[in-house]
Design a protein around this ligand. Sequence first.
Ligand code: FAD
Length: 586
Amino acid sequence: MTIYNAPVEEMMFLFNHLKDNKNYNEIEKYKEINSDLVKDILDQAAKINKEIILPLAKIGDEKPCVYENGIVRSPPGYKEAYKKFIEDGWTSLSCDPKYGGQGMPKTVSTFFEEMLSSSSLSFKLYSELSIGAYNCIIHHADQKIKDKFLPKIVEGKWSGTMCLTESHCGTDLGLLKTKAIKQNDNSYKISGQKIFITSGDHDLTENIIHLVLARIPGSPSGTKGISLFLVPKFIVNNDGSTGSRNGVNTASIETKMGIKGSPTCVLNFENATGYLIGTENKGLSSMFTMMNLERIVVGIQGLGISETAYQNALAYAKERKQGKANNSKNKEADLIIKHADIRRSLMNMKSLTEGKRSLAFWVSQLIDVSLNHSDKKVKNSASDLVSLMTPVIKSFFTDIGMEITNDAIQVFGGYGYTKDQGIEQLFRDNRITPIYEGTNSVQAIDLVYRKILNNKIFEKYISNLNDEIKLCVKNKNLSIFAGKLEKYIELLMNFTSWLKEKYNTSKDDVSSACNDYLKVFGYVSLGYTWLKILRISHEKLQVNREFFEDKINTAAFYFDKILPRVQSHYISAISGSENIMKTKFN
Ligand SMILES: Cc1cc2nc3c(=O)[nH]c(=O)nc-3n(C[C@H](O)[C@H](O)[C@H](O)COP(=O)(O)OP(=O)(O)OC[C@H]3O[C@@H](n4cnc5c(N)ncnc54)[C@H](O)[C@@H]3O)c2cc1C
C-alpha cells in the first residue's frame, strides 16, 4: 500500500510566510483565522486522511463501485468512512456559517483538498461536486432554493453532481439536447440522457442534487440557449424532508482505467422535476461559477497525487539497494538514493510539487479576495487574475502530475509497474485529471484566445512578477535568480507578442502553439513563486536553518534544471504549423 503523511509543515510555512497579498490580509472575516487554528485543523485533517481515507484508495481500485438491481454501491468501507467524514464536519469546511459551514478561507480549504487528493481521489470525488453544487447554488439560486437545499449539502447528508456531458457533446456544449419544459407551477420537466456523471448515483448520501444543463424549446441554438436546473434524486418537501423518487435513473456505470472507487454514471432524466437556477438561457454562465472553481480543484488533484508519488518514490529510494554509486566505498550495493540520476528524478518531483503548492496558495489568496474583499475594484481585479490562472492551474498541475507519477514508477523499477506497491494506481488515477472539467488542450486554447489575446489581464500578471523581481534584484543572494526569471519573463512576453501577431495572419500557428504557451506560463509562474520562497528563506534562515536551506537548494534546482524548459517550448512553438497542417495522415 502507498504511504502518505500530509505535509503539514510545508503548508504551515506557506500560511505563515507567504500570505503576501495585502488585499487578502484586509479581509475582515479572515482576520481571526490564525496560525494556531489552521495548524489544529491541518493536524486533524492529516489524521483522518492517513488513518481512514488513504486505505480506501487501494480498496476502491480492487473492489470498484458496482451497479446491480438499479442501485450503485460504493466500495467496501466507503460508507463508514463517509459517515465519519461528515460527522467531523469536513464537507462544511469552506461553506458559509449561515448554512452550517465553518467559513474557512480558500487558503485553508485548498490544503484540505490537496490532502484528500493525495489519499484517495475516488473517495474525494463523492463530496467534491457537492462543494461545486454549493458554490453554484449560493451564487445563482433564489433564497428559497438556498434555504431548502444548502444546509443538507453543507452537512454532507446530500451530495451534488454536475450534469453537462451527453454522448454527442463533451467539449462543445452548444450541441446539448436535454430538454426542459416549463410547468404551470414554474417548475420544469427535464428529459434527456447525461453521461460520465461523477457520483451520479451512489449509496453514501440520502439524496443527490443534480445541476443539469438543458434547453428550453424555442431557445436560441448553441451555447446561448442553455439553461441550468436543479434536479433532486428525491423530491424535497416544503418542510425539507425527502419525498418521492424523481424521474432520474441510472442506466449504467463506466468501467475505467483509474478512480475505480468513484462511480461515473449514465443518467436518464425522464420527465424529472427540475427548478430553474438563475435566468433562462443564461445557464452556462451560472454553471461556469461551478466549473471555474472546479477546474482549480482538479489542478489541486494533480498536486495532491504528485505529493503521494514523491513521498513513495523517496521512501523506496531510501530502502532499495542496487549498484554502486560514484565514489562509493561500500563493498555491497548502495541505496538507489545515492545515484545522481535517481536524486535528479526526486528533485524534479520535489521542486515541481512544492512549487505547485506555493502557486496554488497564491491563487487561493486571490480567490478569497475576489469573493470577499469589501472594495469592488479590488475584488474585480483579483477575479481577473483568478480567471487568467484557472486554465494554468488546471492543466499545468495535472500534466505535471502525469510526469511525476511516471517518474515515481521509474524510481520503483519493475515494482512500479506491478500492482503491489500501488504506484501504478497513482498514474492511472491521475490520468483523468487532464481530461475532465474541459481537456487540458481546451484549457490552453481558453488561456490563449480568451485570456491573453482579448484583454489586459496579462499585463496585470506580469506586473506582479516584476514587483517580486524588484524586491530581489539588489540582494546578493537573490539577484542571480531574479535575473534568470527576468530572462524567462521576457521570453514569455515575446511568445505573447508572437501569438498576437500570428492571430491576424495564421490562426493555425496560434492554435498549435497553445499547449506550449500554457507550459511556458506554468513554468514562469512557478519561477515567480520559487523566487518568493527564496527571498523568505534567506530572511528566515536563522529561524529554522535545516528547513530553509532545503528550500534554497530546491529553488536553485528549479531555476537551473526546470525553468530552462521554457526555452524549448518557445522555440518549438514559434516554428509554426506548416508541417502540422499539410500532413495528409493517409
Ligand atoms: C471519469 C470521468 C468523469 C467525468 N465526470 C463528469 C461530470 O461529473 N460531469 C460532466 O458533465 N462530465 C463529466 N465527464 C466528462 C468530461 O468532462 C469530458 O469527457 C471532457 O470534457 C471531454 O469531452 P469528450 O470526452 O466528449 O471529448 P471531446 O470533446 O470529443 O474531445 C476529444 C478530443 O478533441 C479535443 N478537442 C475538442 N474540441 C476541440 C477544439 N475546439 N480544439 C481543439 N481540440 C479539441 C479534446 O481536447 C480531446 O482531446 C467525465 C468524464 C470522465 C471520463
